[in-house]
Ligand binder design. Structure first.
Ligand code: FEO
Ligand code: CA
Ligand code: CA
Ligand code: CA
Length: 635
């Protein structure tokens, strides 16, 4: 078994210093290796990566994708996804978006210079998720099994199926798919989840950015009718029609709003993938709602119904919870695979009324069903044509109608394996308390409340909640703030953060989040890495560890320049931790095509690099101990 989590040991561990170095920094006793870089071969026969990024669409379909995000290790012999081999498994990895300046050869700009259908395909093939068979070799290194039948690129052109209440909905039908049941592709794949029945969940986040109006004038007022426009803008968050970094609409007309206004309703879902069946058709789970999904944190209610917690990552959006109709039964694997097709989606309302013990507030979950009474006294069914599929396609509008609490950008949720308390990273919200509209035609960003206590929130916070009776399917909860991130180097008011933030562990913009089987919390950041001004002393993006009881936080790892640190999974024996380095080298200057791609970072290829490359990093203890233990701290 794993060593019991020792709070005294964590307390004795001082944590590592912040850093602005272009490298991976870890505590003494820890080592790392880089695997699965963008462009690395997926199969034996895949073409080798060309350093000048001239690899075309066909090559990219056979190589590891770009901008790795959520990820899960599935032990090769597993019957569930948390037990089994720690030496061989399938690594499923999200590939979220592309950074054109690094991703295309010099002189190619989306929608402009040198732009062609093949570059659109390359961009589409680099996003989605990959499945890579991995094995620990005799030298203690993780190597890719290139001739494995499991290796697969699931990308923006892969055929998928819509399942659940919105499958076949009139708003999901297109010219190419008049039945509204089959969609090509997934992209914008941010956080992830995994199920008790050994499948991977990949979450579609910024899907609206991929739609444009083809070659037409950007100011074209007639790209959709008024109702469609209001719906698109509620999701896009702005009136902008361009698809800046993608411009798929210029060569693939389904991404042109004016041609196919319903195509975007087929994205913004959570997609379930069976990594052990390379022929399987991925399924878009419409019962879990349509929004800018971050991750999917799964747990079991007392009666064995499945509960999935989910954040909608945009400024002043909401926190959601799905509860399945059916119950999980390990003896009935085929039935389990239907559990995420039917159930009830809920949205959170946070109240400042005092909670019990030291919890700061209370809250409740509002079911988004046709019979729920909205703030205006009408049934939600009356708002959405008595059509649950339509309600789910318009999840944000349904949550607006019941008065859900706007949060400071909900990113990842994690559930403690023993207490079942849940934690959400609220990454930041510079608009909190401003008089700007939340979305076109919408209300202004709200002022502060207990769970979102700062105007112009630069640093973010982690909120945790405890369901009534400790049962994840409960309708009421109590919440508190686990940490208010801040910068005590700059501030002494609320912007300094809560008392568990010190000059030694200061960070901004918590994003990735996990709690390991021992109960140690892992916090990853995706924020400002200038190390200047409001962010002085915080350095590059990083990963920290925390004790859920004492709330002590220690910096564990710092990433290279310009990256975010995201995605987290481990082998069942906790000897190897896998994380992702997304968008290394990205900064204000990357949009200037005159700037060298390595102006900010050469990670991970070093001085010979032609461009930085997103990649996975595997971390271990040199003494073969458990990752997240610190025996050195005791001596
Ligand atoms: Fe893709 Fe919310 O981060
Ligand atoms: Ca994220
Ligand atoms: Ca983020
Ligand atoms: Ca990101």
């Amino acid at each position: 078994g794993l060593p019991v989590f020792d709070p005294e040991e964590l307390k004795a561990f001082t944590g590592i210093a912040s850093s602005t170095q272009d490298t991976i920094t870890l505590p003494p006793g820890y080592a790392h290796a880089v695997i699965n870089r963008w462009g690395d071969k997926l199969h034996t026969h895949s073409p080798a990566f060309k350093g000048d990024a001239s690899d075309g669409g066909d090559a990219q379909a056979q190589q590891i994708g770009y901008n790795h995000d959520g990820m899960h290790f599935f032990p090769i012999d597993a019957t569930d996804s948390q037990n089994g081999s720690s030496r061989e498994g399938l690594l499923a990895t999200n590939h979220e978006y592309i950074t054109p300046h690094f991703f295309f050869p010099k002189g190619v700009e989306p929608g402009k210079q040198g732009w062609s259908l093949d570059w659109v395909r390359k961009s589409q093939h680099a996003q989605g998720a990959s499945v890579q068979h991995m094995r620990l070799n005799a030298d203690g290194r993780w190597e890719r099994v290139l001739d494995s039948r499991y290796n697969r690129s699931i990308n923006a052109t892969t055929r998928m199926e819509l399942v659940g209440p919105a499958a076949g909905n009139r708003l999901a039908r297109t010219k190419a798919d008049p039945e509204g049941r089959h969609v090509y592709g997934t992209y914008g794949n941010c956080g992830n989840g995994f199920t008790y029945w050994n499948t991977y969940l990949t979450c579609e986040e910024n899907f609206t950015d991929y739609f444009g109006i083809g070659e037409k004038n950007e100011a074209d007022a007639d790209y959709a009718d008024a109702e469609q426009k209001a719906h698109l803008q509620r999701y896009k968050g702005s009136e902008k029609t361009a698809s800046d970094d993608y411009r798929w609409d210029t060569h693939d007309t389904r991404f042109d709003w004016t041609q196919e206004p319903n195509e975007s309703n087929r994205f913004g879902w959570i997609v379930e993938i069976d990594p052990f069946d390379p022929q399987s058709t991925p399924r878009k789970l419409t019962a879990l709602g349509r929004f800018k999904h971050e991750n999917a944190a799964i747990t079991l209610a007392d009666d064995k119904r499945i509960v999935v917690y989910m954040g909608d990552d945009q400024v002043s959006e909401y926190l959601y919870k799905f509860v399945s109709d059916g119950k999980y039964d390990p003896a009935r694997p085929e039935q389990n695979r239907k559990l995420l097709e039917t159930g009830t989606l809920h949205v959170a309302i946070f109240s400042d009324a005092q909670g019990s013990d030291d919890f700061a507030g209370t809250g409740r979950w509002v079911p988004l069903t046709l019979d729920t009474i909205a703030l205006d006294g009408r049934r939600l069914g009356d708002h959405f044509n008595n059509d649950l599929g339509e309600l789910l396609i318009k999840t944000r509008q349904a949550a607006d109608a019941v008065g859900a609490t706007p949060m400071d950008r909900p990113e990842w949720v994690a559930v403690h394996p023993a207490t079942r308390e849940a934690y959400v990273t609220l990454t930041n919200n510079k608009s909190r308390g401003s008089d700007k509209a939340r979305f076109p035609g919408g209300p202004a960003h709200p002022g502060t409340d207990g769970a979102n206590p700062r105007e112009s929130n630069l640093y973010g916070q982690i909120v945790r909640w405890r369901e009534a009776g400790g049962n994840p399917s409960a309708m009421e909860f109590e919440w508190d703030i686990f940490v208010l991130a801040g910068n005590p180097n700059k501030h002494s008011d609320l912007r300094a953060g809560s008392s568990n933030i010190t000059p030694d562990n200061t960070f901004n913009s918590p994003d990735g989040l996990a709690i390991d089987p021992r109960g140690l919390i892992w916090i990853q950041t995706d924020g400002n890495y200038s190390n200047k001004g409001e962010y002085e002393g915080q350095g590059n993006n990083q990963m920290l560890v925390a004790d859920p009881v004492s709330k002590e936080i220690r910096r564990f790892m710092v990433g290279p320049k310009g990256c975010e640190v995201t995605g987290i999974t481990w082998t069942p024996d906790m000897r190897y931790l896998f994380i992702n380095i997304q968008h290394p080298g990205e900064g204000a200057s990357v949009r200037d095509s005159q700037e060298s791609p390595v102006a900010i970072s050469t990670w991970p290829d070093g001085p010979a690099a032609t461009r930085p490359r997103p990649a996975t990093v595997v971390i271990w203890r040199e003494d073969e101990g458990v990752v997240g233990t610190f025996p050195e701290a005791r001596s």
